[in-house]
Design a protein around this ligand. Structure first.
Ligand SMILES: [Zn+2]
Length: 407
């Protein structure tokens, strides 16, 4: 097995925790917890315009609600730009980077010409081979000098993957305002956090050859990569808001149990083998095997999630279920003193798929009907009916009417 595994989840606080991000976090967390490794967090908050502290809190609360804990205080990427910049300048000094003085228009024209010949963008020799370590002017950007050859790696999920370096452009490391780009920040931070395995969505696959080039040029050990298959909507397109709720908080509000959501998301792209489906966090940790991550994209199926949630509800003890229901009760349920409520919960537990079902499906336990079918009454409520009802009531009173005898 692996020695001292360190993985991370690196959300951007530009939005809430979504289904896709949560699934990535769950896979990393399960991998760490099943191997005795560490699970770390990094807040990728370099986009100051779009990031907010409110979102940082919401994401951390979402992870906590799911039951995922982390081993060290989260790293803040925005605190580290001096370090990222210093590593870029080290690349310049070691000849892996160059100052580009081409105008945006020159780059655009040359990019098209080169691409017609099947080669990704490189600056003209004058720019690319310049040995100057001083930025020529304030519009200059620092570019990475992509070497010749191929970039090859063994992906944990997809096995051997090879990129032709001629298809990777001499990408920008430092923008003209001196800020480092995403790929630099990610590589330097993952190195400094001692990350050994990077499990992330397939959408990052195109960044991976660039990042591997950076690891090598900086003299870092290259971690192992595993790209998780995308989560698709029922129409086989990438899961998005068009398909309905994607924020984890919405599922919490709709009365899903965190254990059910983790269970369901763990099964999106991973299988414990056999036909096991309903699993607690501890059972997932026990069964998790990174080698069983599937290559194929997974389709998000809310009906399946609802079924799994119902199964998790059935497995709670009455007191656990009462506790989970508490936020929905909030004192305004008529006649809901604890004894009565508990009896209703016992009856409804087998029939609930989400927590509010107690009130939506079982409303008649809590309030009298407000209307009745008047036509039906005219048709069936004949003079002899009250007599018959009296007789049935008398019969029922003689019965041993308990759940056990009814069944
Ligand atoms: Zn240039």
């Amino acid at each position: 097995m692996f020695n001292s595994i360190v993985v991370r989840f690196a959300p951007s606080p530009t939005g809430y925790l979504h289904v896709g991000g949560a699934r990535t976090a769950i896979f990393n967390w399960l991998f760490a917890r099943s191997t005795g490794g560490k699970f770390l967090l990094r807040i990728e908050d370099t986009d100051k315009e779009r990031s907010s502290e409110e979102m940082v809190r919401a994401i951390l609360d979402g992870l906590k609600w799911l039951g995922l804990d982390w081993d060290e205080p989260p790293m803040r990427q925005s605190n580290r730009s001096a370090r990222h910049r210093a590593e870029c300048l080290r690349l310049l000094e070691s000849g892996h980077a160059y100052w580009c003085r081409c105008s945006a228009q020159e780059v655009e024209e040359r990019r098209t010409q080169l691409w017609d010949r099947g080669v990704a963008y490189r600056c003209p020799e004058l720019c690319r081979n310049s040995l100057s370590t001083q930025a020529p002017d304030e519009n200059a950007v620092l570019r990475f000098k992509v070497p010749e050859g191929k970039t090859h790696f063994n992906d944990i999920v997809h096995d051997a993957i090879t990129f032709e370096n001629s298809e990777i452009e001499d990408f920008v490391l430092l923008r003209s305002d001196g800020t480092p780009v995403y790929n630099v920040a990610v590589v330097v931070d993952d190195h400094d956090m001692d990350i050994t395995h990077i499990l992330r969505g397939d959408d990052h696959l195109s960044n991976t050859p660039k990042q591997i080039q950076l690891y090598r040029a900086l003299g870092y050990d290259v971690p192992q990569f595993g790209h998780l298959p995308l989560i698709l909507g029922p129409d086989k397109k990438r899961l998005s808001k068009r398909h309905g709720a994607t924020a984890i908080g919405e599922y919490q509000m709709r009365g899903y149990l965190p254990s059910a959501l983790v269970n369901y998301l763990a099964l999106l792209g991973w299988s414990p083998g056999g036909d096991r489906e309903i699993m607690t966090l501890d059972e997932l940790i026990e069964a998790f095997d990174i080698r069983r991550v599937l290559k194929k994209s997974a389709v998000f199926d809310e009906e399946k999630l609802r079924w799994i949630n119902g199964q998790h509800i059935r497995r709670l003890s009455i007191s656990e279920l009462m506790e989970r229901l508490r936020p929905y009760i909030d004192g305004d349920v008529p006649g809901a003193d604890n004894g009565y409520l508990e009896r209703v919960v016992r009856l409804m537990q087998e029939r609930m798929t989400v927590l509010p079902d107690l009130f939506n499906e079982g409303w008649f336990f809590f309030k009298d009907p407000e209307s009745y079918d008047e036509k039906g009454v005219k048709k069936h409520w004949k003079p002899q009916v009250p007599v018959m009802v009296e007789e049935i009531l008398a019969e029922l009173e003689k019965c041993d009417f308990t759940a056990a005898s009814v069944e």
